[in-house]
Design a protein around this ligand. Structure first.
Ligand code: AKG
Ligand code: FE2
Length: 436
């Protein structure tokens, strides 16, 4: 206790004397104690002194408007210098802002530069991001495999679980002992797939095999040539299945690895879905829409999640900035999304601020992220058409008619799940650039 008081005193003295690390640590302690203003003041000092973690934290608060005014341009400016120096968290977030054009100019090649700076710095998370982009683009299997091996051997559990899953499918040359060792590590870290995979490997875990492998030697120009802007990526062929509402389905929009990644990144952020109370306008839970859900805002995103969202927009024939943020939904047995329209409905006076801001929601894109569940079909209640995709398949449907008025045939539901957990990615497309 006494020692703690001495340490705190020493920290406060160092912070006052201008030590950025002490300022950052003091800011975290003060924030935990609820002293928001003092915390922000110190965070700003540490950031001004060039402390990379402080700059990242301040940038996320600035994006969210948390204890500081919301200002995406300011957030991008805070991130730019630390991203250029290869600070992983800053570079990952700055890449998202550049890819989206949120707070800075939309510039996909510049976003790739950020990824490559951190790959070249040897960050495991950056190797994983690049590997996942290559997987999403379905290109350079050898290179993505080397990047995954490099990341997994640097203890990146997401990469390790991708390799273990491939091992279980007989696709990757891991030894069973190494696969088991990675599972044990990922279980400790709480990766959901590790609990599923570990019992399927009968070998003893062999930790002696965990040797760090080299990061492949790749140039930024090579990667830029491989990874065009995701908005312009060709989407697999669609099958038109219904006229009213207009519905098409797409097999394999996302590879399995991307589906698992979306699940793993959203699982810790899920919260019960809420609806807007028609009487009070307040958000509340309702048995009508019962699922767990998370909306991925820029601070929750990385370049892979951005690109996956952009591909969903492309599947809906829309530029990426017309898409609302991707939502991930998880339905446990008994959960469902009751019959509803996705389009925005004006009030009795013909008004809806959302409609004025970014226009109607003419189209919806859903991607099924897994298939190991019972029930849970997406059903158009008036036409009785229903669809249940396999892992990575998409359904795209119009919520309005050609003249822009609501298509009443678009009334749809997520049927109750009766076994297992259904995971879904959902994107609502807007008429105009989505303003948020
Ligand atoms: O769960 C489903 O199949 C439907 C989801 C849905 O309707 C939506 O996200 O708007
Ligand atoms: Fe819907």
């Amino acid at each position: 206790m006494e020692q703690q008081a001495v340490d705190m005193q020493a920290l406060a003295t160092a912070a006052k004397a201008g030590d950025p690390d002490a300022q950052y640590k003091m800011a975290a302690i003060l924030s935990g104690e609820g002293h928001r203003e003092q915390s922000v003041a110190l965070l700003k000092k540490a950031a001004a002194n060039g402390h990379a973690d402080a700059r990242y934290t301040l940038a996320t608060s600035t994006l969210l408007g948390l204890n500081v005014p919301r200002n995406p341009e300011h957030a991008a400016n805070i991130l730019a210098p630390t991203a250029a120096k290869g600070h992983l968290a800053s570079a990952r977030l700055y890449a998202v802002l550049q890819a989206m054009g949120h707070g800075c100019e939309k510039n996909w090649p510049a976003a790739i530069n950020n990824v490559m700076t951190t790959v070249q710095e040897g960050h495991a998370g950056a190797c994983r991001d690049l590997a996942l982009l290559l997987i999403l683009y379905r290109t350079q299997d050898d290179l993505s495999l080397q990047l995954l091996m490099a990341a997994a051997s640097r203890k990146d559990i997401i990469s390790a679980m991708i390799l273990v899953e491939r091992f279980l499918h007989g696709e990757t040359l891991l030894t069973p002992g190494l696969a088991k060792a990675w599972c044990a590590h990922a279980k400790q870290m709480g990766h959901p797939l590790a609990f599923q995979f570990e019992p399927q490997i009968s070998a003893e875990p062999d930790f002696s095999e965990v040797a760090v492998t080299d990061i492949p030697d790749i140039t930024t120009d090579d990667i830029k040539a491989l990874l065009a802007e995701p908005d312009s990526l060709p989407v697999p062929d669609a099958t038109y299945v219904l006229d009213r509402p207009r519905v098409k389905t797409i097999k394999g929009l996302f590879p399995r690895e991307i589906c698992n990644y979306l699940i793993a990144q959203s699982a810790p952020r899920l919260a019960p879905a809420r609806i807007i109370d028609p009487q009070t306008g307040a958000l509340r839970e309702d048995p009508y829409r019962k699922s767990y859900t998370v909306t991925l805002w820029p601070v929750d995103m990385d370049i892979v999640l951005f690109a996956a969202g952009a591909i969903m927009c492309a599947a809906g024939d829309a530029p990426s900035d017309h898409g609302e943020m991707t939502s991930i939904l998880a339905y446990e047995p008994g959960m469902q999304y009751g019959a509803h329209y996705d389009c925005l409905i004006p009030d009795a006076e013909g008004k809806n601020p959302e409609l004025e801001r970014s226009g109607q929601r003419p189209r919806t894109v859903l991607v099924y992220l897994n298939q190991e569940y019972d029930g849970g079909e997406t059903r158009f209640v008036r036409s009785e058409y229903q669809y249940k995709g396999e892992t990575g398949d998409a359904i795209v449907f119009d919520n309005v008619l050609d003249d822009g008025t609501i298509d009443e045939q678009s009334l749809h539901e997520g049927c109750p799940v009766t076994g297992g957990v259904k995971w879904l990615a959902s994107k609502w497309i807007r008429e105009k650039t989505y303003q948020f």
